[in-house]
Design a protein around this ligand. Structure first.
Ligand code: ZN
Length: 164
């Protein structure tokens, strides 16, 4: 694994090691509540901030959120776009996609280059800091990718990683 290059990745690796050693997921409080439909992007941003425990890092972390023009908000949806989130650092950016899963729970995928076509696709479902750490360490069993990896329209035409 490459060395964690920013405070979030370093905290994620610590959280993953702690979860592996204790054998239990750390408890996370319920997500923030959406107060106004006008503010949905800000709400999604707040949920990501909450799930990744960014306020515990002891330093400000900025997140940019905007509509995603490639993925739908719900599987097979057409009317509402997913939300693209990015956390910029001096030396790079962590990119996430927010969608609703089949249980209508807001869920986050880490976006990164497809192994096969190189396009930015949903790689791994990341819903807490330890999930991100597992991904960075490549330790989680069945790290086989997000359910959105095979369905993403972001793959290049004909990419073999995209299922039917
Ligand atoms: Zn691909």
């Amino acid at each position: 694994m490459r060395t964690p290059s920013n405070p979030i990745e370093a905290a994620a690796v610590r959280a993953a090691v702690k979860r592996a050693q204790s054998g239990q997921a750390s408890r996370i409080d319920p997500d923030p509540v959406l107060h106004s439909h006008d503010a949905e992007l800000q709400w999604v941003e707040a949920v990501l901030r909450h799930r990744l425990s960014l306020d515990s890092l002891g330093r400000p972390v900025s997140i940019r959120a905007k509509d995603d023009d490639t993925h739908p908000l719900v599987a097979d949806g057409q009317h509402f776009p997913a939300v693209a989130l990015s956390i910029p650092f001096a030396d790079g950016t962590l990119n996430f996609l927010a969608t609703y899963d089949d249980d209508r729970r807001l869920t986050f995928d880490l976006i990164g280059p497809c192994d096969r076509c190189g396009k930015p696709v949903p790689l791994e479902e990341i819903n807490c800091l330890a999930d991100l750490g597992d991904h960075l360490l490549q330790t989680r069993d069945g790290l086989g990718g997000s359910p959105r990896l095979r369905t993403s329209a972001a793959h290049a035409d004909g990419c073999p990683a995209r299922g039917n």
